[in-house]
Design a protein around this ligand. Structure first.
Ligand code: ADP
Length: 306
């Protein structure tokens, strides 16, 4: 039996960690204009960081493989991950400043965002190869596209037969066939589905799921906001709609990350895809009832059914 310094993880998240720097303004500045805003608020974010926190808060044994800068933002992100219960031994430090999103929000809720990927852009295929023990210890690996594409391809290549890859292609980008072929599932929202499929997208979630399955993944999940999700599995040929609970949505930031983390965790526990999605829609719905991303993610108790 191979000795591994890591215990078994239910979920390994490989992805971005950002500091979201938010300023509320009366009006977002035009070119050459300076406006005064509120006090600065700093929130932990990034799709990788969000998913890891969402899973850990649900009680999942979760590890994060990411890169942050050797700076105050990096330390803040590491702290917030640890506070949520995420194993951060896989978080690499240095090489570039921590990724940041500069966000201005106006009173109507419209925002303008500038992202500096920073250290996220320096998470390399070599970093993935060096993290072999983390991959060996994981039942499910979840990855998104806020890190370099060749790093994502290395992750896909690192999957062992007993490990499952969940991929959320966000922000959407063309993916090599070798990556698509190991996704189980590929998780997309409407925007990502349309963007990946282009002109040929069709207009219904069924059509998107069918077209995406043709491109190689073993399964596809299309998230549909208040409508829940559509689950399509190439093994069974089944397309199943999973409705979301009706809730009063106040802020949908991070809903997709919460959904995907919950789905990936439950798959890691051996649940069927549809069953895992039925849990994930409850987690996504709970997340939209509160403000913020990581701050809005529920505990397992908060989504436990009647
Ligand atoms: P994204 O955040 O990536 O745009 P969605 O908007 O599809 O993704 O939301 C992901 C999941 O969050 C949905 O599948 C659903 O479970 C839940 N959700 C999102 N918006 C709502 C809503 N208004 N009411 C109930 N559940 C929601």
């Amino acid at each position: 039996m191979h000795e591994n310094e890591y215990d078994r993880y239910e979920l390994l998240v490989v992805g971005s960690a950002n500091a979201d720097l938010v300023i509320e303004v009366e009006r977002r500045p035009a070119a050459g204009e300076t406006v005064l805003g509120s006090d600065l608020a700093v929130h932990p974010g990034g799709k990788g960081g969000n998913q890891a926190v969402a899973a850990a808060r649900l009680g999942a044994r979760t590890a994060l493989l990411a890169r942050v800068g050797d700076d105050a933002h990096g330390r803040l992100l590491l702290e917030s991950q640890r506070a949520a219960g995420v194993d951060t031994r896989g978080v690499l430090v240095g090489g570039a400043p921590t990724g940041v999103a500069l966000i201005t929000v106006d009173p109507s809720g419209d925002n303008s965002i500038v992202v500096s990927p920073g250290a996220n852009g320096r998470l390399t295929p070599e970093d993935i190869r060096a993290a072999g023990p983390l991959f060996e210890a994981a039942r499910v690996v979840s990855v998104q596209l806020e890190i370099p594409l060749d790093t994502v391809a290395e992750v896909a290549g690192a999957m062992s037969p007993g490990t499952r890859l969940v991929l959320n292609p966000s922000p959407p980008a063309p993916l090599p066939d070798s990556v698509l072929a190991v996704c189980d599932p590929l998780v997309v929202n409407e925007h990502e589905a349309r963007s990946i499929l282009g002109e040929a997208a069709g207009s219904t979630a069924q059509e998107w799921a069918r077209a995406l399955l043709t491109s190689g993944p073993r399964s596809v999940v299309v998230t549909l906001g208040a409508q829940g999700a559509l689950v399509a599995d190439s093994r069974t040929g089944a397309f199943v709609t999973v409705p979301s609970p009706e809730v009063e949505a106040v802020d949908t930031t991070g809903a997709g990350d919460a959904f995907t983390a919950a789905l990936a965790w439950r798959l890691g526990q051996g649940e069927e895809l549809t069953e895992a999605a039925a849990f994930a829609v409850r987690v996504g719905a709970a997340a939209v009832t509160r403000h913020g991303a990581q701050a809005s993610f529920p505990t397992a108790e908060e989504v436990s059914g009647p």
